[in-house]
Design a binder for this molecule. Structure first.
Ligand code: ATP
Length: 203
């Protein structure tokens, strides 16, 4: 089974692309969603977060994400600390998920994460897909989707590596500056290429 990563900047269309892969029967691990789940349910991680960011970030067992975000926003050290606590837990969870997928013997599975390159997690993957879109398009999409101010999105973008750095590491690039039909055509091509690659690896 090939382990394929899919990444891209905020609003590039990672989730949209993953839904198209899922429609082709591909299993996807959504690392960012899974991280949110684990911060709410993994006791070891919850204890670590409380110790480092204060008991008050959980209110009756519910993580106050806005409060945590406030504590780390614009503070690179605190953000790095948060990542250093969350990422190993997500990493272990990904490994468990890979094991589960093996029983279905898929040619490949996908791991979607915004920070695959920044965290170095891409090094553990066989192939990397980068979803690319112009900055202004990404900004407009996220503002429309999340109903937030452009400045807030720009701040989030500043915590990510520039797209060109991710593109240098890409095995496949998906250009998402047009409609869904254009996206589908690219996804189908990559799907076939990955199936071929998995076959060759198996021979
Ligand atoms: P994030 O990093 O914030 O999780 P993402 O990279 O997963 O974002 P999506 O959520 O897939 O991006 O896309 C951002 C928004 O743009 C969504 O509302 C999505 O429906 C929309 N979108 C994505 N691609 C297109 C497209 N080709 N045409 C129109 N809208 C699109």
């Amino acid at each position: 089974m090939l382990k394929v990563g899919i990444t891209g900047g905020i609003g590039s269309g990672k989730t949209t692309v993953c839904k198209l892969f899922e429609a082709l029967g591909v299993a996807v691990y959504y690392a960012d969603d899974r991280a949110k789940f684990l911060m709410q349910h993994e006791h070891f991680l919850i204890d670590q977060l409380k110790q480092n960011f204060g008991e008050e970030i959980y209110d009756h067992g519910q993580l106050n994400r806005a409060m945590l975000a406030q504590k780390v926003f614009g503070n690179k050290e605190q953000l790095a600390l948060l990542n250093s606590l969350v990422h190993p837990v997500v990493f272990r969870d990904t490994e468990r998920w890979y094991q589960e997928q093996l029983t279905a013997k898929p040619p490949y599975v996908l791991k979607e994460a915004a920070l695959l390159v920044e965290t170095g997690a891409y090094k553990l993957l066989d192939q990397l897909i980068v979803v690319s879109a112009p900055l202004d398009v990404r900004l407009q999409r996220v503002v429309a989707r999340d109903k937030v101010a452009a400045a807030e999105v720009t701040q989030r973008m500043n915590n990510q590596l520039a797209e060109e750095e991710k593109l240098k590491l890409a095995d496949f690039v998906i250009e998402n500056n047009s409609d869904l039909e254009a996206l589908k055509i690219q996804v189908e091509k990559i799907h076939q290429a990955l199936i071929e690659q998995a076959k060759r690896k198996h021979e």
